[in-house]
Design a protein around this ligand. Structure first.
Ligand SMILES: Nc1ncnc2c1ncn2[C@@H]1O[C@H](COP(=O)(O)OP(=O)(O)OP(=O)(O)O)[C@@H](O)[C@H]1O
Length: 227
């Protein structure tokens, strides 16, 4: 049995008719922490969108957490997303609900009914990001770094097989970026697989790990020099 959570072979990524990436052959194994880098406009977000079903895979093979991207149906997408945790640069929390209610909303939407089980799960994920004391706060009462921790907690609710983080530190200052990165690394050490798109080369140098680069319509693995 292979340990791939993601496997693409000779895949092409399109935005409409516009070919963004071609000949994409990459794989991610269970437990890996993988960076996705590349200049602006080289296709990082398009790649991520293809992985969570926002863009169709029109050419080539792609398998992610047990789903075949080439034959993915509209009705499969919510189920695919339950097996993925997605974290965005702009957090995407619901501002009119408390942290607790943001998390409860996702649990309800993904079929959790038992009240005690929901409370336990909310407490567990908040503990993982060190935010247990902030459950009653509204997102606008939190700093950017704290909001991103909550977004990470939300991504963890359904114990995802792969976390896709699209520039999760893009809106944060350098010190807060390091703190959020420490949270992601801790989660990775505890067994979660993470693919993180970033522009933040300081983080790459500080925390070297497998790195994929988008350039000239291709994705390839780069060998990093450690410092
Ligand atoms: N909705 C869209 N419709 C058409 N073309 C798009 C769309 N979104 C992005 N593109 C194009 O696809 C290419 C890749 O964009 P993408 O956003 O994936 O790059 P990126 O590497 O994530 O950039 P950034 O680092 O700025 O977020 C660009 O040429 C962009 O203009």
């Amino acid at each position: 049995m292979s340990n791939h959570v993601l496997y693409l072979n000779d895949a092409s990524i399109f935005q409409g008719d516009n070919l963004v990436l071609s000949d994409v052959s990459v794989s991610i194994e269970k437990g890996e922490f993988v960076y996705l880098i590349g200049k602006t406009g080289t296709g990082k977000s398009s790649f991520m969108k293809t992985l969570y079903g926002d863009l169709p895979l029109q050419k080539g093979q792609g398998h992610i957490v047990g789903y075949d991207l080439a034959t993915l149906k509209e009705r499969d997408i919510p189920f695919l997303r339950r097996k993925l945790g997605v974290v965005f640069q702009d957090f995407k929390l619901l501002n009119d609900r408390t942290v607790h209610s943001n998390l409860d909303f996702v649990l309800k939407a993904t079929g959790w009914k038992d009240k005690v089980a929901k409370e336990n799960r909310i407490n567990e994920v908040l503990a993982k990001v060190d935010m247990k004391t902030k459950a009653f706060k509204y997102p606008y009462q939190l700093s950017g770094g704290e909001q991103q921790r909550i977004a990470i907690a939300r991504a963890l609710l359904n114990d995802p097989e792969l976390i896709l983080a699209d520039e999760p530190t893009g809106n944060l200052d350098p010190q807060t970026s390091v703190e959020v990165m420490e949270v992601l690394r801790e989660i990775n050490k505890n067994g979660n697989t993470i693919l993180m798109a970033t522009h933040d080369y300081a983080l790459l140098l500080k925390y070297p790990s497998k790195t994929l680069k988008c350039e000239d319509s291709q994705i390839f693995e780069v060998v990093q020099k450690t410092v």
